[in-house]
Design a protein. Structure first.
Lengths: 297, 293, 280
């Protein structure tokens, strides 16, 4: 019955704009993506948005509670730590480290893991055997311990935190991309590409990769959340950037010391961590849902 | 004149998912005891929807807007859940389309065959097992003891379908709904299964609603046929009449469009567009005379 | 008599055979046992069989999409049995395939335009993009599809439309040989007739040789000149459709034909047992 109307297909808007609209209709994408966007703005314009210098110590105003509580000060909206540093400003500056690590580490892990996964899944044979063995062995190491070890070796700084995360997490991408590549390789559109005479390399990147992309995009978003947590753990342990630069993990470590006198110093960055990871997870979930229906419809 | 076993009248339904698009348009159908009626149509014609209405498994997105489905004096559309559950499986049963997915892969055949017997007829495990063995013999399975112990994946497609047929006839239903039961099977296996269904049906006096898109199958095992298009009954009657003297141009065109191994020039004439125009016209007339839902 | 365009002799295909680390060979399952096939220019042959007959494997072996464990394949005089990928590429243009499930055989992430234009540019059938687009527009007309299809993704078209895109894709490269693998299974009878007609016309217009794989003997009768009947990896009968369908030599063919219900009431049909029907 669909045949009668099918030969006169109605004109619908171009697929590009439809894809965007599908994305924007997904509530998780809007919420998660919106929050991340907010964080990006905070990170980029931190010096203009933060009310105080994050490093400025004001011993006269030490350990002040948030402004809406007794003893709070309007100048320090979320209170201060024991050295009189403004919690809010430190949190805003903390987004810089968190987001830098999130974006760079996730992208690099994705790049390395995806390339290896694509080759392993498509070419099979020895390439697959070597890469799979590598992944199995690699994944046997406890990740957090390994990252601590790596940072201890490389020295502190954002670059070593990123390196530590990438060196461990590429395996996650490799596994998923490899299995998705193998699944796509079974499909007839790949066989069709072979009958047409495209080279194996061309097929891998032109035919298979676009179909692996939805899974990949969702995974990158999740990975960003993971990277933020790993950075927080490392800075909690004092192995991240130098102690001058404010990080959420560092703040949590400091807050732990004075938890009875100034619980807000610990709770604020913890809440920020929680919200950020949640946002990345939601974004990833929403992206997966919005991009997947191409097949389902 | 005995009352028919099943009487569907004025059955109309729309799809809530497609903004109220009609799925069934005033469908009428009667079925006598022991009669085999074919429900034929191309995809989207509404035959599965009618089958689902008979089995009480209409999806939530389908809304019945009128008519009744009278089975032995009870309207299946308006029965409470419990009464419906009592009927399904024992008085009305199903032979499903896909033998792969219709059996639980995690349970042995014996369990699945004896479920209904124990639940609905209160048989003990031993009695149910004995009955299951008899059923498997009835569907010409050569080694019923072994099959009872098997898991579905250990049996071939044809064997699985036989088990499903045994299951459908297990509780001696009055009506069996066969939903394209041979579509997924090889043609030689199809013939055996058709023979089996017809044989069981004649032996037990069961009525069958046979959903299919294949006019050849209809010709060989259905006493009567109802042809659907876009949810509307286009033609119905005794199979021999409808196939040898079709009245509606759509019926004629459909018969001509099918390929035949004994005629080299058959199968190359699609249904002409003026036939579709006529059908569309009739549908518009029908929809126009109905109050807007 | 000119040599056939595509010829296979003694074709064998084995799945799953491998070497263990210790160097031992593990036997695989033999799916084709010494099959011979010959397809002449301009003729359409049918390859028919039930599930497990090996018909799909035979088709893919002819196109060098699966590896053969024995036998020879010759295309237009060239032995292509073990030709490396680079040498196969120019030949690939001349041997095309249409698939059963157009949903799976059209890349869901590509537009129809991309799916149809790229092969033309790859093989240089069109000089540049503009010429390619012209050819694509022409073929869409030929298969009666609206030009608006070009900017769509495959899932936005109907099943029949997708199938016609599959046919268009194969025909665009103007091949010498086309393999059609169960391309009308699952289509409505009316759509099926449209597709078969289209195929027949294109085959005449382009002078194509075709191998039409199907489990449906009636469909084979409609468009094939000769037919190969397969069973469990072997050819049990071969010949012109007229002869095979009216006077089959093999009891298996006879059994296949008897199993087909015709749309005319025949009270004896159901109970007629022919040959040795294995219980399923």
């Amino acid at each position: 019955m669909a045949e009668i109307t099918a030969t006169h297909a109605p004109v619908t808007p171009s697929r590009g704009s439809r894809r965007w609209r599908a994305l924007l209709r997904e509530p998780k994408v809007l919420m998660g993506g919106g929050f991340i966007l907010l964080l990006i703005v905070l990170a980029v314009f931190a010096p203009f948005i933060a009310p105080k210098d994050p490093l400025e110590q004001d011993l006269m105003s030490g350990t002040l509670p948030p402004s809406w509580m007794d003893g709070g000060d309007q100048n320090f909206l979320l209170g201060t730590d024991d050295l009189g540093r403004d919690v809010l400003s430190r949190m805003i500056f903390g987004t810089r480290i968190a987001l830098t690590v999130a974006f760079v580490a996730a992208s690099l892990s994705a790049l390395i893991g995806t390339l290896l996964g694509l080759f392993a899944g498509w070419y099979g044979g020895w390439a697959d055997r070597i890469i799979s063995r590598l992944v199995d062995i690699w994944m046997a190491f406890p990740p957090v311990l390994l990252s601590i070890l790596l940072v201890a070796v490389f020295g502190s700084g954002v670059h070593s935190v990123i390196a530590a995360i990438v060196i461990i997490d590429w395996t996650r991408f490799c596994r998923v991309v490899r299995s998705e590549t193998q699944a796509q390789a079974q499909m007839d559109y790949v066989t069709a590409a072979r009958t047409i005479g495209f080279s194996k390399l061309h097929i891998l990147f032109s035919e298979i990769l676009p179909n692996v992309a939805p899974v990949l995009i969702a995974l990158v978003s999740l990975e960003m959340g993971i990277a933020v947590i790993v950075e927080a753990i490392l800075s909690f342990v004092g192995l991240s950037v130098s102690s001058d630069t404010p990080t959420w993990g560092g703040m949590i470590a400091e807050g732990r010391q004075i938890i009875h006198d100034g619980w807000w110093v610990l709770v604020a960055p913890l809440a920020a961590l929680f919200a950020t990871v949640l946002a990345f997870n939601q974004l990833g979930d929403g992206l997966r849902r919005a991009l997947d229906p191409v097949m389902r419809r | 004149m005995t009352k028919p076993l099943l009487s569907i009248s004025g059955l109309s339904a729309v799809s809530d998912r497609d903004g109220g698009a009609p799925i069934l348009r005033d469908v009428a159908l009667t079925l006598e005891r022991g009669e085999v009626r074919g429900l034929v149509g191309e995809s989207g014609a509404g035959k599965s929807t009618i089958a689902k209405a008979l089995l009480g498994i209409l999806p939530r997105t389908v809304r019945v807007t009128g008519g009744f489905v009278n089975f032995e004096g009870r309207d299946l559309l308006r029965l409470p859940q419990k009464a419906l559950r009592d009927i399904m499986g024992s008085e009305i049963s199903l032979i499903p389309q896909d033998p792969q997915t219709a059996l639980n892969p995690g349970r042995r055949i014996e369990a699945q065959l004896t479920d209904g017997l124990r639940l609905k007829r209160g048989l003990s495990s031993r009695e149910a097992r004995a009955r299951a063995l008899t059923l498997l013999e009835e569907v010409h399975i050569r080694d019923p003891e072994r099959v009872l112990r098997c898991y579905p994946h250990e049996l071939s497609g044809g064997m699985r379908q036989r088990v499903l047929i045994a299951s459908a006839f297990a509780l001696e239903p009055k009506l069996v709904v066969a939903d394209e039961p041979t579509t997924a099977l090889d043609v030689t296996v199809q013939k055996q299964i058709l023979r089996l269904i017809r044989g069981l049906q004649e032996a037990h006096g069961t009525a069958v609603i046979f959903v299919t898109h294949d006019l050849g199958v209809v010709a060989q095992i259905c006493d009567s046929v109802t042809l659907l298009y876009a949810g509307k009954v286009i033609e119905e009657g005794r199979t021999s009449d409808v196939l040898s003297n079709p009245r509606h141009i759509y019926t004629k065109a459909l018969i001509a469009a099918g390929p035949r191994y004994d005629r080299p020039d058959a199968g190359l004439t699609p249904v002409p567009s003026d036939v579709f125009d006529e059908l569309r016209h009739e549908i518009r007339l029908h929809d126009g005379s109905r109050p807007h839902v | 008599m000119s040599e056939p365009l595509l010829m296979a002799t003694g074709l064998e295909v084995t799945y799953g055979g491998r070497r263990t680390l210790a160097g031992q060979r593990v036997d695989g399952v033999k799916v084709l046992h010494g099959v011979d096939v010959a397809i002449r220019r301009g003729e359409t042959i049918g390859i028919v069989g039930e599930s497990g007959s090996g018909k799909t494997t035979l088709g893919r072996a002819l196109l060098r999409l699966v590896d053969t464990s024995a036998g020879e394949i010759r295309f237009d005089g060239t032995d292509i049995t073990h030709l490396p990928d680079a040498n196969m590429r120019p030949l690939r243009r001349r041997m095309q395939m249409i698939f059963q499930d157009p949903m799976a055989s059209l890349n869901p992430r590509h537009t129809i335009r991309r799916i149809l234009v790229e092969p033309l540019l790859l093989h240089g059938v069109a000089r540049d993009r503009q010429q390619a687009e012209q050819r694509v527009a022409a073929i869409l007309e030929r298969v009666t599809l609206p030009q608006a299809c070009l900017d769509r993704n495959p899932h936005e078209l109907s099943g029949g439309q997708r199938q016609r895109i599959g046919i268009a894709r194969a025909a665009l490269l103007e091949p010498d040989f086309v393999l059609a693998d169960e391309i009308v299974s699952g289509l409505d009878v009316s759509t099926q007739a449209q597709v078969l007609n289209l195929l027949k016309e294109l085959s005449t217009d382009l002078g194509l040789s075709m191998a039409f794989i199907s489990h449906d003997l009636s469909v084979i009768r409609a468009i094939c000149d000769r037919v190969y009947v397969m069973r469990q990896g072997r050819v049990v009968e071969e010949g012109p459709c007229e002869r095979v369908f009216s006077a089959p030599a093999s009891p298996y063919t006879r059994m296949l034909l008897d199993a087909i219900p015709l749309p005319e009431v025949d009270p004896d049909w159901l109970w007629r047992v022919s040959g040795n029907e294995d219980a399923a």
